[in-house]
Design a binder for this molecule. Structure first.
Ligand code: PGA
Length: 224
C-alpha cells in the first residue's frame, strides 16, 4: 500500500501562490507512484486547487469544517459545501484545539457530518484521550501529532521515532487495526523515512510542504 502524505498548508498561500505551486508540482506527478498525495489548502484556494488537480493523481483535502450542517452560522464552511471538492478533511488539529476551542464533542459532530457527506476525516490527536469515543464513521485516518513536535520558524524538532511507533500502534489498536495511522510534527526530507514504517502509514506535513522542491524531496526520500 502506498504511504499517505498529507500537506497541511495552514494559513499560507494566496490564490496566486496556490496556482504557482500547482503549476510547478504537476510536472512532478511521477512522485505519486511513491505515495498518495493530498494537499490541504486554505478554504479560499480550494476550488482553484481542485480544478488544478483534476487529471492529476493529486488529491485535495480541507483543513477544517463546520460542526453545523447549514443555517445561520456566519463565516462557516460546511461538509456539504466541501463535498465534491475535498476527499479528506482535517479535524482536531492541536492548533484548532488551542486557538479555536475545538473539543472532543465538536470533533464528534464534525466527524459525523463528514461521514454523511462522504469526506474522510483525518483526526489529529496527541494521545488516546484526544480520540473521541463513539465516532460515527466508517472511514477514518488517524494522525499522532504531539504539539511540541510542530515546527517553529525554520526549526524542526520531531518526536522520537520509537515513541511515534509506540503511539501509532496504540492508535491503531484502538480501532482494531482498521484505519491508517500517520505521524505529524516537523517532518522533512531528512527524517521522513524514519516515520513511514511499521505501524505508521504516512505523514502530515506542515512547513515542509509549502515549497514545491522541498515537498518533492520528502516524497522522493520515502524509503519505498
Ligand atoms: P509541521 O506541521 O510539519 O510544520 O511541524 C505539521 C502540522 O501541524 O500539521
Amino acid at each position: 500500500m502506498k504511504p499517505l502524505i498529507i500537506a497541511n498548508w495552514k494559513a499560507h498561500k494566496t490564490i496566486k501562490e496556490t496556482a504557482e505551486f500547482f503549476n510547478l508540482f504537476k510536472d512532478k506527478t511521477e512522485l505519486t507512484e511513491k505515495a498518495e498525495i493530498v494537499i490541504c489548502p486554505p478554504f479560499v484556494d480550494l476550488p482553484l486547487a481542485y480544478a488544478l488537480s483534476e487529471n492529476t493523481p493529486i488529491t485535495i483535502g480541507a483543513q477544517n469544517v463546520s460542526q453545523f450542517e447549514r443555517g445561520p452560522y456566519t463565516g462557516e464552511v460546511t461538509a456539504e459545501m466541501l463535498s465534491g471538492l475535498a476527499k479528506y478533511c482535517l479535524v482536531g488539529h492541536s492548533e484548532r484545539r488551542k486557538y479555536f476551542a475545538e473539543s472532543n464533542d465538536i470533533i464528534r459532530r464534525k466527524v459525523a457530518l463528514l461521514e454523511k457527506y462522504k469526506i474522510i476525516p483525518v483526526l489529529c490527536a496527541q494521545n488516546e484521550k484526544e480520540i473521541p469515543s463513539n465516532l460515527e464513521t466508517e472511514k477514518l485516518v488517524l494522525v499522532y501529532e504531539p504539539s511540541f513536535a510542530i515546527s517553529g520558524d525554520d526549526s524542526f524538532h520531531p518526536d522520537d521515532p520509537s515513541n511515534v511507533l509506540k503511539m501509532a500502534s496504540l492508535f491503531s489498536e484502538m480501532f482494531g487495526g482498521k484505519h491508517k495511522v500517520l505521524y505529524g510534527g516537523s517532518v522533512n526530507a531528512e527524517n521522513v523515512a524514519q516515520f513511514v514504517r511499521d505501524n505508521t502509514q504516512g505523514v502530515l506535513v506542515g512547513q515542509a510542504s509549502l515549497e514545491v522542491n522541498e515537498f518533492d524531496k520528502i516524497i522522493s526520500s520515502l524509503g519505498v
